[in-house]
Design a protein. Structure first.
Length: 255
């Protein structure tokens, strides 16, 4: 798979940029929606959890925005990957290319959007006078971890959705539940015992938690957390790829 992705890297780049442009085609604000989307979500959630249900969390607006941006990366990446095969029937039926590059290019598109959103987060950090310390060194590894998780999950979803269109509706429900189960607006580190351990089995919940520790609170990420996150992402990548290669032979007939 890695060899194919490298061999077709120019096509991956072209598809990723094309998907990014098409997403905001005929939109007045264009790619600025990538910036406005997390900000509007921040405004809604901040009103609810800072005013209606006050939070004592330090720098709660940054706490909340970081959770939104990270979860948005996972949501957009997997949602685009889910439809990346069926949305390009011409490439699947008429041209031979390794089909995994369609999934990979959609993950790259989501990555491009996430980078823009992190620019907004960085601006908020600067305006709040919060300067990250040496613990920011963990963040590139965490970010790469999310990308692997997005790609692996998308491989499974894209293949399954090609055969069973119900997957897209099921996944939408899973994402809604995951938003509440991943600590986007709640600090899971304040929980104790078995409940905390259960919640942190979710890789995205742990990723969001350690990202906040590293960027907002200057807390070094433990090796056990990094190992768990990377192991979870790699397991998902292997599972996703196995599902993908087993279902790929029938893609042309199903799209």
């Amino acid at each position: 798979m890695i060899q194919n992705l490298y061999k077709y890297r120019c096509l991956v780049k072209r598809l990723a940029v094309s998907d990014f442009n098409v997403r905001y085609k005929n939109s007045v604000l264009g790619f600025f929606w990538s910036l406005l989307d997390p900000l509007m979500m921040l405004m809604v959630l901040y009103i609810i959890f800072a005013d209606v249900f006050p939070s004592t969390q330090k720098n709660y607006h940054l706490f909340l925005l970081l959770g939104i941006v990270l979860w948005d990366f996972f949501t957009k990446g997997t949602s685009m990957g889910l439809s990346s095969i069926i949305s390009k029937p011409g490439l699947v039926r008429q041209v031979y290319i390794p089909r995994e590059i369609l999934i990979f290019s959609s993950s790259i598109t989501a990555l491009m959007m996430a980078v823009l959103e992190f620019g907004v987060f960085g601006a908020f950090m600067a305006s709040s006078g919060l300067i990250p310390t040496s613990t920011i060194i963990y963040f590139p590894f965490i970010f790469a971890n999310i990308f692997i998780l997005v790609f692996g999950t998308s491989l499974a979803l894209g293949a399954l959705n090609t055969y069973y269109r119900d997957i897209q509706y099921i996944w939408a429900v899973v994402l809604q539940a995951g938003f509440f189960a991943s600590g986007v607006f709640i600090n899971f580190s304040t929980y104790q015992g078995e409940l905390k351990n259960l919640l942190l089995l979710n890789p995205m919940a742990r990723i969001i938690l350690i990202s906040r520790d590293a960027l907002l609170y200057n807390i070094a990420v433990s090796s056990s957390d990094l190992i768990y996150c990377f192991a979870s992402s790699l397991v998902m990548l292997v599972i996703g790829y196995l599902i993908f290669i087993n279902l790929e032979p029938g893609f042309a007939e199903e799209v």
